[in-house]
Design a protein around this ligand. Structure first.
Ligand code: TA6
Length: 291
């Protein structure tokens, strides 16, 4: 069976690239260069989580899949009116090319098209490109090039929602002995002594770690591997019932129990200084091992 792709418009005028190849299927929104959906054909379960209440609207991020956080992660450092997690996830990107690779995967290249609003939020000249490889694994590479005549600083991340059997029966490994900053404890710092298990709201930034991470899911008989490159922070987030119920787009009653965010990122002291005419790329790759 060959590979195919097409661009579809939804009822709100949003455009999605739909890809089908011998290895996987994917749906990528041009708004936000947002991988809303990817499933390798060998996998018995979904790998990414997508809320059944996700809002597909212009200027709004989709709840699920892989939102791109750039040029800042979380709140803007000085202006609370600017988009949380940066504007890259809510403005249009341009499709540059789609290439069928020899191994059956499909490679998609996209470039950010700064809107007037985005230009107000970041006044420097830059180029931002995302390469997505849809195959047995999902690979994303976000490349920032400084086209200004002075250095600038960014924070960034792939805010990926993974589908799990049940948040209380999984564990995330790879961050043992790493220092984290806890959003639910005034950003106090501590050390992660054990593999991560969840029994309540969890929002932590692990800094100075380039370790790959693993979502170990016994009920689904699988491990999801999250590989990182040029990423020194990892954010782990799950909202739990109270916060999830306050969010209009988190899905039906207990849908939040079936997701965990494991975010390949650079933030806090791992924010990146990019010098003129220099490029910086952060990359991540997701794959599934069933047993
Ligand atoms: O990455 C964790 C986090 O920053 C949390 O603090 C939580 O607010 C979450 O992202 C969702 O953010 P969003 O802006 O997509 O609602």
């Amino acid at each position: 069976m060959g590979s195919s792709w097409k661009i579809n418009h939804d009822v709100n005028g949003l455009e999605f690239i739909e890809i089908s190849n011998p290895l996987a299927e994917a749906k990528i929104g041009l708004q936000g260069a947002h991988v809303a959906w990817w499933r390798p054909k060998s996998s018995s379960e979904d790998v990414l989580w997508l809320s059944s209440n996700a809002r597909y609207e212009k200027g709004r991020s989709i709840r699920g899949g892989v939102p791109i956080c750039w040029p800042w992660f979380g709140d803007h450092p000085t202006d609370g009116n600017f988009c949380v997690h940066g504007f890259a996830r809510v403005i249009p990107w341009q499709l540059i090319k789609v290439v069928d690779l020899k191994n059956g995967a499909t490679q998609v290249s996209l470039k950010l098209k700064p809107t007037d609003e985005a230009k107000k939020q970041l006044t420097y000249n830059y180029d931002l490109e995302l390469t997505i490889t849809v195959g047995e694994s999902l690979y994303l590479n976000l490349k920032t090039t400084n086209l200004s005549n002075h250095p600038f600083v960014i924070s960034e991340g792939f805010h990926t929602y993974f589908y799990v059997s049940d948040i209380e029966s999984i564990k995330v490994t790879g961050l043992e002995n790493m220092v984290f900053s806890d959003k639910f404890a005034n950003f106090n710092r501590d050390i992660q002594r054990e593999p991560i298990k969840f029994s309540g709201p969890f929002d932590r930034v692990y800094t100075n770690t380039s370790n790959d991470c693993y979502i170990e899911d016994e009920k689904f008989n699988r491990v999801i591997t999250i590989k990182k490159s040029n990423s020194d922070s990892t954010v782990i987030w799950t909202p739990w019932d109270k916060i999830a119920n306050q969010m209009a787009d988190m899905g039906k009653k207990d849908e939040w129990r079936r997701m965990v965010c494991v975010e390949t990122a650079n933030l806090l002291e791992n924010s990146v200084v990019i010098y003129p005419d220099v490029s910086h790329s952060i990359a991540t790759e997701y794959s599934v091992q069933e047993f």
